[in-house]
Design a protein around this ligand. Sequence first.
Ligand code: COA
Length: 258
Amino acid sequence: MENILIEKQDNIAVITINRPTKLNALNKATIQELHDGFKTLNDDKSVKAIIITGSGEKAFVAGADISEFANFSVEEGGKLAAQGQELLFDFVQNLSTPVIAAVNGFALGGGLELAMSCHFRVASTNAKMGLPEVTLGVIPGYGGTQRLAQLVGKGRAMELIMTASMIDAETAKNYGLVNHVVLQEELLDFTKGIASKIANNSSVAIAKAIQAINANFEDGINGFAVEIENFGACFGTEDFKEGTTAFLEKRKANFPGK
Ligand code: COA
């Protein structure tokens, strides 16, 4: 991998996007590497949570790589968005392993879209977030028009996208775009702390919960029906047996993840 680093410690993996001289902008190669990295980690049952962050102190990701698409045609533009959404943004959203974005600086355009594809976000105090695509004569194409409205509401999404404004971490927290704001030097440890809590719980149940929560945002799918189905399915798992047995035996559960 040329553009990303993957580090595993205990049962938590950290993916670092590593193009600091380009503020970690997402070029085609990085998107493919991220897809491959997420897939490998998701297939590794010892990995219970994934954190994604950017290298350097300045940026999480400053957007899609503008130099790559500046000369694209209508057809190529459409293909860029479709391929990116399939390979990375929808892929991350639907991953069964929890993914947390540790937003360590600028998260702009595709960078904010990547953070919004993650299951939730933690930001450092210096983080700045926005979807500035209209300043380039284009709109967000990696799910930003949909996910920003889902996370912060339609009116705020409209204003942020139309004005191309950046918001700071505190405002993002007030909007519900990020869950926590911490100092940059504490960001990774703080996020790992949340990941460890997740890692103690049933990974099978968590995967079912992610799927049920996501179902609320999918057209033509009844989220309540998905919840009922996934709730029932949990009763057939070894994790459920272990979780309930441990409770009744007044001990901590040791989930097999099956
Ligand atoms: N695509 C490609 N390259 C990018 C990039 C992007 N989205 N964002 C930053 N870079 C590159 C710059 O071109 C520059 O490269 P260079 O040193 O080879 O010239 C390098 O990263 C550093 O960026 P620079 O603009 O010099 O840093 P800055 O501190 O002055 O400004 C930003 C930081 C984030 C405000 C500014 O880089 C920016 O506006 N980036 C684009 C944001 C954007 O519109 N994203 C949406 C894309 S759809």
